[in-house]
Design a protein around this ligand. Structure first.
Ligand code: CA
Ligand code: CA
Ligand code: CA
Length: 115
């Protein structure tokens, strides 16, 4: 053990990326659980995005589209399958059961219209 480890804790612990509920302007954010809870698997500025297979696919339960475009979310990889569409700035706290899209999302695209 190094003495440095016992030094006064001057630096605050870094907030793990996975525990944040923040979503910066201009980004698409997706969480594992409803109401921005659980892991924040997506925090992206990309207009087309393949949600990672092990960290996001079929797990997303809440979404915030903080971009100025429509957000189309696809049930399958490669922008295929059933889809739902969010307006610019729209936040969906629960993808299920009303939207019937809980734990379904696997990829998304941003565009001027719903795809
Ligand atoms: Ca995917
Ligand atoms: Ca989930
Ligand atoms: Ca799916």
């Amino acid at each position: 053990m190094s003495l440095a480890l016992a030094a006064p804790a001057a630096a605050a612990p870094v907030q793990p990326f996975t525990e944040t509920t923040a979503c910066d302007s201009g980004r698409v954010c997706m969480w594992e659980d409803p109401f921005k809870a659980g892991n924040r698997y997506v925090h992206s500025t990309q207009t087309t995005f393949e949600i990672p297979g092990w960290d996001g696919d079929n797990e997303i339960s809440s979404v915030w589209n903080r971009t100025g475009q429509k957000l189309t979310i696809f049930d399958n990889d490669g922008y295929t399958g059933t889809r739902i569409c969010l307006n610019a700035g729209e936040y969906v706290a629960e993808l299920g059961p009303e939207r019937a899209f809980d734990n379904e999302a696997e990829s998304y695209k941003l565009a001027n219209n719903c795809l």
